[in-house]
Design a protein around this ligand. Structure first.
Ligand code: NAP
Length: 240
């Protein structure tokens, strides 16, 4: 695979971290975005440096336009283009629907959905110039089937899938492919309060996924040339 310039949002921990590692090991120029977990981001950079790999880490709150613009300018100044954007950063919250406040709603939508709108808009300008690009959005099974006590989270993820399909149609003639990966239950910090034994009862393959299950699909979507506008569900058969 030819070397690509790839921005991975939310790469300090969990799924994003694994995606960044996988793509760096494949020889890509990875810009690993983080927001609060600066130590974890530095640790990732050092871990890869020990393996002889050089990645950039960039602090930016993807829910803020100016921060996103700073990250894009950094990338363009250093590499001159952006081939791939992985919109992975996200937050979660469990609350009864009747307890969700306006602030909760706005926090989830701003971090999970506006961030994808904003990062995509800022990056697409440069992709259009190259007439080439690949955007991969990490949505969720709950955007497909709905999550009880996660109505705002589920809406944000369904919104990402809608944006994916709209953009895929709008950008196809410019050779920019846009797809979503909708994971089921993946073993990360986000699920630290989840009872995996209970969840496994719902999953035909009877196991929890790993960040690597998602990273492998990202790698495939980057290499592929004929897939766009798809929501790829990786969930052990939880939703069929
Ligand atoms: P995680 O372990 O909690 O990690 C979340 C990552 O997102 C962290 O690196 C965090 O960075 C970053 N982040 C959050 N808000 C950000 C912001 N405003 N700006 C920049 N970075 C931000 O979660 P995960 O499980 O890896 O989840 C990754 C994605 O997969 C999310 O979109 C999530 O909704 C989706 N997903 C996860 C599962 C699952 O079962 N784990 C299932 C379906 C979908 P800092 O710590 O540096 O702030």
């Amino acid at each position: 695979m030819s070397q690509k310039v790839v921005i991975v949002t939310g790469a300090s921990r969990g799924i994003g971290r694994e995606i960044a590692k996988t793509l760096a090991k494949d020889g890509n120029h990875v810009i690993a975005n983080y927001n609060q977990s600066s130590e974890a981001a530095l640790h990732l950079q050092n871990e890869l440096k020990e393996a002889g790999l050089d990645i950039d880490i960039f602090k930016c709150d993807v829910s803020k336009r100016q921060d996103v613009q700073n990250m894009i300018h950094f990338t363009i100044n250093k590499y001159g283009k952006i081939d791939v954007l992985i919109n992975n950063a996200g937050v979660d919250q469990t609350k009864l629907f009747t307890d969700i406040t306006d602030a909760d709603w706005n926090w989830i939508i701003q971090n999970n959905l506006y961030s994808v709108f904003c990062c995509s808009q800022e990056v697409i300008k440069y992709m259009l110039h190259e007439k080439s690009g690949c955007i991969i959005n990490i949505s969720s099974i709950f955007g497909r089937i709905g999550g009880s006590c996660e109505a705002h989270y589920s809406c944000s993820k369904a919104g990402i899938d809608g944006l994916t399909k709209s953009l895929a149609k709008e950008l196809a003639l410019s050779h920019i492919r846009v797809n979503s990966i909708a994971p089921g239950a993946i073993d990360t910090d986000m699920n630290k309060n989840v009872d995996y034994e209970e969840v496994k009862k719902e999953i035909p393959l009877a196991k929890i996924g790993t960040p690597n299950d998602i990273a492998k699909c990202v790698k495939w979507l980057m290499e592929d040339e004929y897939t766009t506008g798809q929501i790829i569900e990786i969930n052990g058969g939880w939703n069929m």
